[in-house]
Design a protein around this ligand. Structure first.
Ligand code: PAF
Length: 280
């Protein structure tokens, strides 16, 4: 596996791998877990070359968020990425991605970025779409791979790709969970044993909402009440949001008549955890 720390090294690495090859790209912020590895495996199976980036992107963190505390372990990550079949690992410094004086951003406007995570993190998606654009420009992938756990991120990136006619296919891979149901996240490392046990309420409340939906319930209010009341039984859990929206557009709905996304974000002190389920 080649490791590129600079844009020059990245370009050389891509040339050496062959510019005529299909490229599967997995953008990450590192601290890799089985969710990331499932994306790398998928990319490897569908493309000639697999490129992974590890970059804790400062522009998607607001002041006071966990940019400095975000977990990092490059040696472990590079071993995992190599074992999973990565051909080229891009691990740039912030100054490489954002040269001095950079002041250009890519922003998807509208409801899609204002609700859910956009409410408590209003500048987050602007940072995500900007860095994903920069990485797409540098790597020019055939396909890029994202996890369904970040359902809103997936919807925003798909919209950006559509709106800007970017020549890349977006592939979405299912949420990977621990055996007991907790969705894998690099931020799970922040959980104390007690919080880890309470955090199961995310997947459990979503499963309960899905069971209600499958028994015929179509009222968003009733299903949302189920999510909120179940999460609130956990003393350490603070709900950021628990919502049910149109799956494609993330528009508000009152009754489910087409595939819907039930999504929750819950804070356990330092860890803000996300999970979701499709009601289809
Ligand atoms: O999902 C992530 O890890 C990040 O938001 C991404 C897509 C790598 C952009 O920094």
């Amino acid at each position: 596996m080649k490791i590129a720390k600079t844009i020059t090294e990245l370009k050389t690495g891509l040339e050496e791998l062959g510019r005529d090859k299909t490229i599967g790209f997995v953008p990450t912020m590192g601290y890799l877990h089985d969710g990331h590895l499932s994306l790398i495996n998928k990319a490897q199976g569908q493309n000639d070359v697999t490129v992974v980036s590890i970059f804790v992107n400062p522009t998607q963190f607001a002041p006071g968020e966990d940019l400095d505390a975000y977990p990092r372990d490059f040696d472990r990550d590079s071993q995992l990425a190599e074992a999973a079949g990565t051909d080229l690992l891009f691990f740039p410094d912030p100054a490489e991605i954002y040269p001095a004086g950079a002041s250009t951003f890519v922003e998807v406007e509208g409801e899609i970025t204002r609700k859910l995570c956009g409410q408590s993190r209003p500048t987050h998606f602007k940072g995500v779409t900007t860095v994903v654009n920069i990485l797409f420009n540098l790597i020019q992938p055939t396909r890029a791979y994202f996890g369904q756990k970040d359902a809103q991120q997936v919807a925003v990136i798909k919209k950006m790709v559509r709106d800007l006619h970017l020549p890349v296919q977006i592939a979405v891979c299912p949420i990977v969970r621990e055996a007991d149901g907790l969705a894998l996240s690099s931020r799970n490392v922040f959980l104390s044993p007690e919080q880890r046990s309470e955090a199961l309420v995310l997947s459990q409340s979503l499963a309960a909402a899905k069971a209600l939906y499958e028994s015929g319930e179509r009222s968003v209010k009733v299903l949302k009440d189920q999510l909120v009341s179940q999460i609130n039984t956990m003393p350490l859990a603070i709900i950021d949001y628990a919502d049910i929206l149109d799956f494609e557009t993330l528009a508000d709905i009152e009754t489910i008549t087409a595939p819907a996304l039930a999504a929750v974000a819950v804070r356990f002190e330092k860890a803000r955890l996300l999970d979701n389920i499709i009601l289809d």
